[in-house]
Design a protein around this ligand. Structure first.
Ligand code: AHR
Length: 660
C-alpha cells in the first residue's frame, strides 16, 4: 500500500505560514456520481463508547459532589476529614453492619462533645464544582444514637468561607433519609462540604450526598447537564456501555454486574474502579464505582439522546491484561442468565419479572434493545468456548438480538487472526475491532474494509483513537494531526458502510485532573468541558452521515490518499442533499472542483463546514475550548460543480441540495 507520509518535519515546516499558504493552482477535479448508490448508511453508524475511566462516571457525568458518600472506600475516611471548629471536641467511629447490610455495610458514628462545630468535611472529586445562584440538594441517611442533635450543613469556597448552607434534624432512632436544599452564593470549582453536629450527642450517618439541581433534564440525583449535552450534540446512533475493561474487572469479583446497579442508590454496592490501580504512573487511589450511574440510567441516557442502547456483558472472563480469571464452563449459568434477563429488563412486557422491575423503576415502555456485546476485549479459545454458550442461549430466546463479538485488542496479529477467522466460520453478527494506533496507521489503513467479505459479519469499529506518541502513552495529545488522520480514515468506513455499521472513538471522557488514559474525546473540569478536535471530527461525521453512499473519484480512482486527499460522499435522502467529505492532509492548499453528476438539478447555494489548522499540534483546552472547531460558510455552485480552495490540513464537509 502506498504510504501517505504525514511527518512531524512537515508539521514543522508548515509553521512557516508563507510555506503553508502555498496553493497548487492545478485544479483537482473530484467527480461525485450521485445516481450510483453503493451502500446504505446504518442509522447506528456513528455512536458513543462510554466507560467509567478518567473519572467519566463518578466525579464526572454522575453529578454527585460527595466523594465516598457511604464510607465504603478501602480507606473509609478517604475524601473526608475531621473538623473541630472553635475548639469543638468529639470523635468518629467507622461501624460495619456486616451481613445485616451486605450492599452498604459501613456507616459513621459521630459523637459531639461540644455544643457545635464538630463534624466532617468532604473534599469532593478534586473539589466540588458549584455555581452562584444554583440550588444544591443535600441528603443523608441518619439515625440518632444518643442525645438529640441536628446537623449543620455548610458549603465552603476554596478559601474556606461559607457560601451556602442548611440544616437537618434527625428525629428517629431508626435509619431515615433527611433532605434539604440551599443556594450557593458563589461559583467555585474547588468548594467543599461541612457536615457538623450541633449539640452534644451522637448520630450515625451514611449516604451523605450533595447534588446540583440543574442536572440533565433536572432529574434528582442525575447527570451533569453540560456533559450530556455534548453527547446529545453528536446525535449519536448508539451508546455502548458500561465499557471497556470495566465490564471484565481486574478479577471476576470486580466485574460489572448490572443487576447490582438498579434501584435505591444506597443498595448499589460500591466497588473499586479497575482504573484505580491500572497505571502506576497515574495512580488513582480514590477511584471507585458507586453505580449511581447504573444500567437504568444508561438506558435512560441512550433514550434521551436518541441512541440505540448497546450494553456489553461479562462473558465469564476477567480482564486478560490482568488476572485472566475464568469462570469454569459448568458454572457459567448465572452469567448467561444475567444476559437473558438483561434483554427482558430492556424489552420485556411489564408482566415479566424483569420488565416489571423496569416499570417499577419508572419506565414501563421498553427500551427497544436490539444488540448486546458478549465480552469486551477478549481473546483466545477460552473466549470462543464461552461465547458459544451465550450465543446459543441468547439466539434461542431472542433471535432478533444481534450479538457484538470481540476480535481482541489489536486490529491485526495472532489474536485478531484467530478470532476473525473463527467468528466468520461461526457466522457471528457483528465483530468489534479496536485500533489505538499512530496517525500514520489511520492514513495507511483507509482501504482496510475495501476487500472485507460483503456477506460476512458486520463491523463495529468499537474503540479507536490515533495516538500522537505511542499507544497508551501518558504524553498522547488530542491534537489536530491525530484528529485529521481519523477524519481521513473515516472516509474508508463510510465508503464501506455496507460492511461497517458502527464506529465509536474511545475513551469518551477525561477529567483534566483525574485521568488515567489519553487521548480522550471530551475533557472536563469540575465546572466546564470542551470537545477536542477529534470530537468535532466525530460530530461532523455523525451530523452528516446521510443515508446512502455514492462514489467520489479523482482521476477515476477512489480518493484514498492521492496527493494527500481522502474523500467519501453520501446522499441524505431525508434532506435531499449530496454530502461530500474531503480531507486535505497535505501542507499545500489546492484549488478543487467537485462535479456532481446525477441529480436533475442542484440548488445554486450550498455550505461547506471546515476544521482546519496549519498547526498539526493544535489542541483545544479548558481555556480555549473552541480554538479548533468547525466553521461554516455558504458556497455558490457553478452549474453542477462546487469550486473550492481546499486549505492545507483541512477536513471539509460540503452540502449541496438536489432539485428533483
Ligand atoms: O478505552 C480504554 C480501554 O481500551 C478499554 O477499556 C479497553 O476495552 C481497551 O483496551
Amino acid at each position: 500500500m502506498k504510504k501517505i507520509i504525514l511527518t512531524i518535519a512537515a508539521a514543522g515546516l508548515c509553521l512557516s505560514a508563507a510555506y503553508c499558504q502555498t496553493t497548487d493552482k492545478n485544479e483537482k477535479v473530484f467527480v461525485v456520481a450521485a445516481n450510483q448508490i453503493k451502500a446504505h448508511v446504518q442509522p447506528t453508524m456513528y455512536g458513543i463508547f462510554f466507560e467509567d475511566i478518567n473519572m467519566a462516571g463518578d466525579g464526572g457525568v454522575y453529578a454527585e459532589l460527595v466523594k465516598n458518600r457511604s464510607f465504603e472506600f478501602k480507606m473509609p475516611l478517604m475524601g473526608w476529614k475531621e473538623i473541630k471548629q472553635d475548639g469543638a471536641d468529639g470523635s468518629i467511629l467507622i461501624l460495619n453492619r456486616g451481613k445485616a447490610d451486605d450492599d452498604n455495610p459501613r456507616f459513621i458514628h459521630v459523637t459531639s462533645k461540644s455544643p457545635k462545630g464538630y463534624g466532617l468535611n468532604n473534599e469532593g472529586f478534586h473539589g466540588m464544582g458549584v455555581k452562584k445562584d444554583n440550588k444544591y440538594n443535600f441528603s443523608v441517611l441518619a439515625k440518632l444514637s444518643g442525645g438529640a442533635t441536628s446537623l449543620q450543613i455548610e458549603l465552603l469556597n476554596s478559601k474556606g468561607d461559607v457560601i451556602g448552607g442548611t440544616s437537618v434534624t434527625p428525629s428517629s432512632k431508626e435509619w431515615k433519609k433527611y433532605s434539604a436544599s440551599f443556594i450557593s452564593s458563589e461559583t467555585d470549582p474547588k468548594a467543599s462540604l461541612n457536615v457538623l453536629v450541633k449539640g452534644k450527642g451522637a448520630v450515625d450517618l451514611d449516604m451523605v450526598s450533595l447534588f446540583p439541581q440543574d442536572t440533565w433534564k433536572q432529574r434528582p440525583g442525575g447527570l451533569r447537564a453540560d456533559l450530556v449535552q455534548k453527547l446529545a450534540d453528536m446525535k449519536p446512533g448508539f451508546l455502548r456501555f458500561p465499557g471497556g475493561c470495566i465490564v471484565e474487572g481486574r478479577e471476576l469479583d470486580t466485574r460489572y454486574q448490572w443487576k447490582k446497579t438498579l434501584g435505591d442508590v444506597a443498595t448499589r454496592r460500591m466497588i473499586v474502579n479497575r482504573w484505580n490501580t491500572e497505571f502506576a504512573h497515574r495512580p488513582s487511589p480514590d477511584y471507585y464505582q458507586s453505580f449511581g450511574l447504573g444500567f437504568m440510567e444508561y438506558f435512560q441516557l441512550a433514550e434521551d439522546i436518541g441512541a440505540s442502547p448497546l450494553p456489553i456483558i461479562n462473558c465469564g472472563m476477567a480482564c486478560q491484561f490482568n488476572t485472566c480469571e475464568l469462570v469454569p464452563i459448568d458454572q457459567l449459568g448465572p452469567y448467561v442468565q444475567d444476559a437473558l434477563d438483561l434483554v427482558e429488563f430492556a424489552n420485556g412486557a411489564v408482566t415479566t419479572t424483569w420488565g416489571k422491575k423496569r416499570a417499577q423503576l419508572g419506565h414501563p415502555a421498553p427500551f427497544n434493545l436490539k444488540m448486546m456485546g458478549v465480552g469486551n476485549e477478549q481473546w483466545g479459545p477460552q473466549y470462543i468456548e464461552r461465547w458459544k454458550i451465550f450465543e446459543k442461549a441468547l439466539k434461542k430466546k431472542y433471535p432478533y438480538i444481534k450479538l457484538v463479538s470481540s476480535v481482541g485488542p489489536d486490529p491485526d496479529g495472532d489474536k485478531f487472526e484467530y478470532l476473525n477467522k473463527t467468528f466468520r466460520e461461526l457466522h457471528a453478527d457483528i465483530l468489534d475491532e479496536h485500533y489505538y494506533r499512530s496517525p500514520q496507521w489511520f492514513l495507511d489503513n483507509v482501504k482496510r474494509y475495501d476487500n472485507y467479505d460483503r456477506k460476512g459479519p458486520k463491523i463495529f469499529a468499537g474503540e479507536y483513537a490515533a495516538q500522537s506518541v505511542a499507544t497508551v502513552s501518558p504524553d498522547n495529545k488530542n491534537n489536530w494531526k491525530c484528529a485529521m488522520s481519523e477524519a481521513a480514515f473515516l472516509t474508508g468506513l463510510e465508503r464501506n458502510a455496507d460492511v461497517v455499521n458502527m464506529a465509536s472513538y474511545a475513551p469518551l471522557f477525561a477529567h483534566v485532573e483525574a485521568w488515567q488514559w489519553t487521548p480522550d474525546l471530551i475533557w472536563f473540569d469540575n465546572l466546564t468541558s470542551y470537545g477536542t478536535p477529534n470530537y468535532y471530527v466525530q460530530q461532523l461525521y455523525s451530523l452528516n452521515k446521510g443515508t446512502d453512499v455514492v462514489p467520489v473519484t479523482l482521476d477515476n480512482q477512489t480518493v484514498t490518499g492521492q496527493d494527500g486527499f481522502f474523500a467519501s460522499a453520501v446522499l441524505d435522502t431525508k434532506t435531499n442533499d449530496v454530502v461530500i467529505k474531503i480531507i486535505n492532509t497535505s501542507m499545500k492548499g489546492h484549488d478543487a472542483s467537485f462535479v456532481i453528476n446525477g441529480p436533475k438539478g442542484l440548488k445554486p447555494e450550498g455550505t461547506v463546514t471546515s476544521l482546519q489548522s496549519n498547526d498539526l499540534d493544535a489542541v483545544n483546552s479548558i481555556g480555549e475550548p473552541k480554538a479548533l472547531s468547525p466553521q461554516s460558510r455558504q458556497i455558490v455552485l457553478t452549474g453542477n460543480a462546487v469550486k473550492l480552495l481546499l486549505r492545507p490540513y483541512s477536513f471539509n464537509v460540503i452540502r449541496v441540495k438536489m432539485v428533483n
